[in-house]
Ligand binder design. Structure first.
Ligand code: SF4
Length: 362
């Protein structure tokens, strides 16, 4: 095996094996792998456009039984600062989002044992009734697993009912690292790797647009990062032709500040800018069947984000009017719509405002 041979294979969009991915990760110089990532971006997304969007993150509730070890956001029922967002609060937040030019809501939050399927059906229906043009990018595979268990229903039944109520797309939340060895430590009560994959497989069969994520830089090995990417690629290969499948992949580093992982287990984030950029390039190489790769500038900042655009990323995500889970653990970058467009231009690209399906916004 040598790097040149693997670059050629990658540039022909041939899927790389686990051993080949690991070899590249360990041996490819950063500037070379950035070049290959960038060439592949041009194949998937020709031109100079880089996507960005305006949306708002509203957390449905911060009560969550899962108590993931990297999460400072969740509370237990009865905690003084536990909450479930009220209709009045949704209205004020959505009105504010519309006044800032957005119409897409990222609805996430804890897995509150008291909130069942009917709660979400009522919530989505109500929001759509009040705001017919609103787009709901909501929940994630762990919540679907939780609701399926609670309601003794299949993933297909849960997702179909939520789609009928107004769910427009399913975020790839809760993927962390798709390895049960890792999940047993960082998020033991959450969906297993297979469950996460099964929910996404069902969503793809129903042609619900989805995204895939990776939260890395804690206890996982490089091999497990590559395995994660290969699992995503294999699932994407299974999707029915012309169905959306995974529209995008978004990696972000573990933010350790104040988390149980750091405070109790001494696990610090292994994040570094060069490693993030290399991971973006590796992701572009391994994921030969996912069109969009988003750099998470909320967590890595503008400089690393700009470099990631030269390593295979073609999107900088959202200005995210409100975000509580990442910011509760020290992910403190904030950008306005103007900032985001300036960053894209400074990196040598053309800002393209997009919607949740990664289509140009009209
Ligand atoms: S990360 Fe999500 S699932 Fe995990 S404890 Fe926090 S809110 Fe719950």
């Amino acid at each position: 095996m040598d790097t040149d041979q693997l670059y050629e294979k990658a540039l022909n969009l041939t899927p790389l094996s686990l051993a080949e991915g690991e070899f590249l990760y360990d041996n490819a110089p950063l500037e070379e792998i950035m070049f290959v990532g960038n060439e592949l971006r041009k194949k998937h997304v020709p031109g100079k456009g880089v996507g960005w969007m305006i949306d708002r993150n509203v957390n449905i509730t911060n009560v969550c039984f899962s108590q993931c070890q990297f999460c400072n956001f969740c509370r237990k029922k009865g905690d003084p600062d536990a909450y479930t967002t009220t209709t009045k609060e949704y209205i004020s937040k959505i009105d504010e989002m519309y006044s800032l030019g957005g119409d897409q809501l990222l609805l996430q939050g804890g897995m509150n044992p008291e909130l069942g399927l009917n709660f979400y059906i009522d919530l989505f229906s109500k929001l759509k009734e009040l705001y017919p043009s609103l787009k709901l990018h909501a929940l994630g595979p762990p919540e679907i697993v939780f609701l399926a268990r609670k309601e003794k229903a299949s993933y297909q039944e849960i997702l179909s009912k939520l789609i009928k109520a107004g769910l427009d797309s399913l975020p790839g939340a809760g993927a962390e690292i798709l390895s049960d060895r890792v999940r047993k430590t960082v998020s033991p009560a959450k969906a297993t790797a297979d469950e996460w994959i099964d929910v996404m497989r069902t969503a793809h069969l129903l042609n619900l647009p989805t995204s895939a994520t990776m939260m890395y830089g804690h206890i996982e090995s490089r091999k497990e990062r590559i395995e994660h990417l290969i699992r995503l690629r294999e699932l994407q290969d299974e999707k029915p032709e012309k169905h959306f499948g995974f529209i995008a992949f978004i990696p972000w580093p573990f933010q350790d500040e104040g988390t149980v992982l750091r405070e109790r287990h001494g696990i610090r984030s292994s994040y570094s800018g060069p490693d993030y950029i290399k991971l973006v390039a590796i992701s572009r190489i391994i994921l030969n069947n996912i069109t969009n790769i988003q750099a998470s500038i909320l967590t890595v900042g503008s400089e690393t984000g700009m470099l990631a655009l030269h390593a295979g990323a073609n999107d900088l995500g959202s200005i995210m009017i409100e975000e509580n889970v990442v910011s509760a653990a020290g992910g403190g970058n904030r950008f306005s719509a103007e900032d985001l467009q300036e960053i894209i231009k400074e990196a040598g690209f053309v800002p393209v405002r997009r919607n949740q399906k990664y289509e140009p916004y009209h």
